[in-house]
Design a protein around this ligand. Structure first.
Ligand code: NAD
Ligand code: 6OD
Length: 486
């Protein structure tokens, strides 16, 4: 049985309230441990430690030394790869093959990339004549914003947390992280890494707990927090933006999506089917970039639906460590209930269920896990609930289209604007659509192919701001101007 404590000022601590909650394994619902919920006193202590650390040795480090420390963090995550892997798998139930391929390597890479970015970041400089005929030069200086609150979801816990902690620390800030209540493991473990490599106490802090009336709300409302970076649902982003309005704190928001894949008849069919299979079912559909709406040009519609059905039938659910497991459970009972309610709604609204639609038949020892079947629907109108709302499960609706204009209209028919993927051999058409479809991220003949130097973020209600490469500096630093009159 494990205790998940808070990590404040370099120490693992419980709480004054004595309040804990259970962390259960999504694979079989067995109890993994107890999480010490941070209340106001713990959040206050974490923010105070983060503020104090800005004035201590961390604030005095040269960029070169800070970069060396972040490289050491990445190396230590890699050295303890199996510990992180186990923690991530215990929290999420995701297949080992996936976590070892994406979550943990990216957890380390997120420190390396931003260490490299900050090493090479420059600012602008201008010379001008002054009214009295002299010369002046102005230049930009980037300074850390201060204490950054990092509020994270549960779907890619280490990846998404370090995606924000990496640049925040690289820019010289200190952080207080609030991991999702259902995935406290890797954020908590990262405290050990920080201590091991000598990151000064207070630079990295973790407060565990829930959102409303708990650690999340206490942290985002805290007046000594200088910026809030958040990944999660759009409605939570709305609440956080309101909290940030008090004190005029900047926010970076990476929010929900209802992403479309657009498949043209001239696509490389095998690539399109394989890639859409990944974008719909990977991580049991719990990827913000995942596809839940598939639009297929009519001549290949039936063939595509049949091929995706075969792929769905091959998504074998099972234990994370089994080599033949292709899909894990959902993250929690709460989320399973939500996704199954959408499965029921699709049926009620008249969907043709091509595959799935319920809970898979699992062996007795796994029956109590958070399983749902990979699911494909056709035949629904654009107004149907499962075509409109983000489900965050392994499911999609597939619909035919006849013209390029119709495909663009359908893809844009959503309040979200996170990601899209387009499948065609016609690169002119692909480039055209890439700007017509209203999203922050457009993949062509691919999906979730990442170059960490590029801007990442959503349009419309999928977010505010861009992170990645130098774009992260916009949020994690304050850009000042210095003017010298000679
Ligand atoms: P969520 O919004 O429910 O929770 C995210 C975090 O916010 C959790 O740590 C939670 O405790 C905290 N929180 C909740 N209410 C809060 C409040 N009032 N104040 C402060 N903190 C609060 O999201 P989730 O269910 O954990 O994650 C799934 C969602 O995240 C989906 O909508 C998905 O699309 C989105 N997501 C987006 C991206 C992206 O990059 N755009 C990436 C991953 C996930
Ligand atoms: O790859 C990334 O940097 C990133 N932020 C991925 C987000 C995935 C959403 O679930």
């Amino acid at each position: 049985m494990k205790d998940f404590k808070n990590f404040i000022n370099g120490d693992y601590v419980t709480n004054v309230s004595g309040r804990t909650y259970e962390k259960r394994n999504p694979v079989d619902n067995t109890l993994i441990g107890h999480v010490f919920e941070a209340g106001k006193p713990e959040v206050d202590a974490a923010v105070a430690a983060a503020k104090a650390a800005l004035q201590g040795p961390w604030g005095q480090l040269s960029v070169v030394d800070r970069v060396a420390m972040l490289d050491a963090v990445a190396n230590e995550i890699n050295r303890r790869f199996d510990d992180f892997l186990q923690a991530e798998i215990a929290d999420t139930g995701k297949p080992r093959s996936l976590a070892s391929h994406i979550d943990i390597p990216r957890g380390a890479a997120n420190f390396k990339i931003f260490a490299d970015t900050i090493k090479n970041a420059s600012t602008e400089s201008f010379e001008m004549r002054t009214p009295d005929g002299k010369t002046a030069r102005s230049y930009g200086v980037r300074t850390p914003r201060g204490v950054i609150a990092v509020v994270c979801p549960w779907n890619l816990p280490l990846l998404l947390m370090t995606w924000k902690v990496g640049p925040a620390l690289a820019c010289g800030n200190t952080v207080v992280v609030k991991p999702s209540e259902v995935t406290p493991g890797t954020a908590t473990l990262l405290g050990e890494v920080m201590n091991k490599v000598g990151v000064p106490p207070g630079v990295y802090n973790v407060v565990n707990g829930f959102g409303m009336d708990s650690a999340g709300a206490f942290l985002t409302a805290h007046p000594e927090v200088n910026g809030i970076t958040f990944t999660g649902e759009t409605k939570t982003g709305t609440a956080i933006m309101k909290a940030a309005a008090d004190g005029i704190r900047p926010v970076s928001l990476e929010l929900g999506g209802k992403n479309a894949a657009v498949v043209f008849a001239d696509c490389d069919f095998e690539n399109a089917v394989n890639t859409v299979t990944r974008s719909v079912f990977e991580n049991a559909g719990q990827v913000c970039l995942g596809t839940e709406r598939v639009y297929v040009e009519r001549p290949i519609f039936d063939k595509f639906v049949a091929a995706l059905k075969v792929k769905a039938s091959e998504m074998k659910p099972g234990r994370p460590m089994d080599a033949d497991t292709k899909i894990g459970p959902l993250v929690s009972k709460i989320h399973q209930k939500k996704v199954l309610s959408y499965y029921a709604k699709a049926k009620e609204e008249g969907a043709t269920i091509v595959f799935g639609g319920g809970v898979p038949d699992m062996p007795d020892d796994l029956k109590d896990g958070c399983w749902v079947q990979p699911t494909i629907w056709t035949g629904l109108p654009e107004t149907a609930t499962v075509v409109r709302e983000e489900i965050f499960g392994p499911c999609c609706h597939i619909q035919p289209f006849d013209t390029e204009e119709e495909a663009v209209r359908l893809a844009n028919n959503t309040k979200y604007g996170l990601a899209t993927s387009i499948y065609t051999q016609d690169i002119s058409r692909a480039s055209r659509l890439a700007t017509q479809i209203e999203v922050g991220l457009c993949w062509i003949n691919s999906w979730f192919l990442r170059d960490l130097r590029t801007p990442f973020g959503g349009s419309k209600q999928s977010g505010i701001g861009r992170e990645g490469g130098v774009h992260s500096l916009e949020f994690y630093t304050e850009l000042r101007n210095v003017m010298i009159k000679y």
